[in-house]
Ligand binder design. Structure first.
Ligand code: ASP
Length: 304
């Protein structure tokens, strides 16, 4: 799905709440997802309208999705094989390519904010495991116990995984933004895959795989089977294809998702410097929304 901007746009935003095998839902549950996507999208749009910067909007929007137990990020993060929660996130500023990520954190309610701290307050790009949790403590982030991430649904999926040893996914969150000043930013946050091995790190905290932003091309946030996204460096792949070949955002994203990626493994949201928005996935569904300053405002779940 592409939304070409008919007239110049002042700002644009896309959000996602994960891609995967999303089967038909009971109406109440579907409505809950739609409401959450709409509220978060409206929140991000209004922040941009009032002049907030791309990076701040990405962080704030993702915090909201992390706090929402419907999604597999922050509260509601999936269980790993051992019954614990390990969270991954990253954020990137398209203005100067500054970026930060955290992998495998266990005590942080909002990993996207910790990723931002890695970006703003350290010379590093990615902190992992106990070192990342310790950094959070040093920065004054209040630790949460593992139970904070518990949801009944997450627990049930884990139980199912233990019986069938399947890696279930969907519910990762992400945002991409063009602000009024022409800057792009992207961020992604996840609990990873249900039943993942202790220590497994997916694409979401890896700059270039799950997240990328460059004012000279686009901002991208991915979701799906992280190993495939790392293998193909999908987020950077899209950005770099635009730069090297002059492809449009839609052409570059279509090539990555529909020609390079294994079928049924995921999707991405992206925005370019002109405010063109792209939502693309090769799974049965993707929780998503996009809005811009020209009045575009839509959310979706299934393939339309
Ligand atoms: N990409 C995430 C991971 O592999 C999962 C997802 O997007 O659903 O950790």
């Amino acid at each position: 799905v592409q939304q070409p901007a008919p007239e110049p746009v002042d700002f644009a935003i896309a959000i996602h709440g994960g891609a995967g095998a999303i089967g038909p839902k009971p109406p109440g549950e579907e409505q809950a997802y739609r409401n959450s996507l709409e509220e978060t999208l409206a929140y991000g749009r209004d922040l941009l309208d009032s002049g907030e910067k791309a990076l701040d909007v990405v962080e704030k929007v993702i915090i909201r999705l992390e706090d929402d137990p419907l999604f597999n990020a922050g509260k509601g993060a999936v269980y790993n094989h051992d019954g614990n929660h390990e969270l991954d996130a990253s954020i990137m500023d398209g203005y100067d390519l500054s970026c930060g990520g955290v992998a495998g954190v266990k005590t942080v309610a909002n990993p996207i904010t910790l990723a931002r701290m890695v970006m703003d307050l350290t010379p590093h790009v990615l902190l992992a495991g106990p070192g990342a949790d310790a950094f959070a403590g040093e920065m004054g982030v209040d630790p949460v116990p593992q139970e904070y991430f518990h949801t009944e649904r997450g627990h049930q999926r884990w139980q199912k995984h233990l019986k069938e040893l399947e890696e279930e996914r969907h519910g990762t969150v992400g945002a991409v933004v063009l602000d009024r000043y022409g800057n792009l930013a992207a961020g992604t946050s996840t609990g990873g895959l249900t039943g993942k091995r202790f220590g497994r790190v997916g694409d979401s905290p890896v700059i270039g795989a799950g997240t990328y932003a460059d004012n000279g091309s686009c901002a991208v946030s991915c979701t799906g089977q992280g190993e495939e996204f790392i293998r193909l460096a999908i987020a950077y792949n899209v950005s770099n294809r635009m730069k090297l070949t002059g492809a449009t955002l839609l052409q570059a994203a279509d090539d990555a998702i529909n020609r390079q990626l294994q079928p049924d493994t995921g999707g991405l949201i992206a925005v370019d410097a002109q405010g063109n928005l792209v939502v693309i996935f090769n799974t049965s569904g993707m929780y998503r929304g996009m809005a811009d300053s020209n009045g575009l405002f839509e959310v979706g779940i299934y393939r339309e």
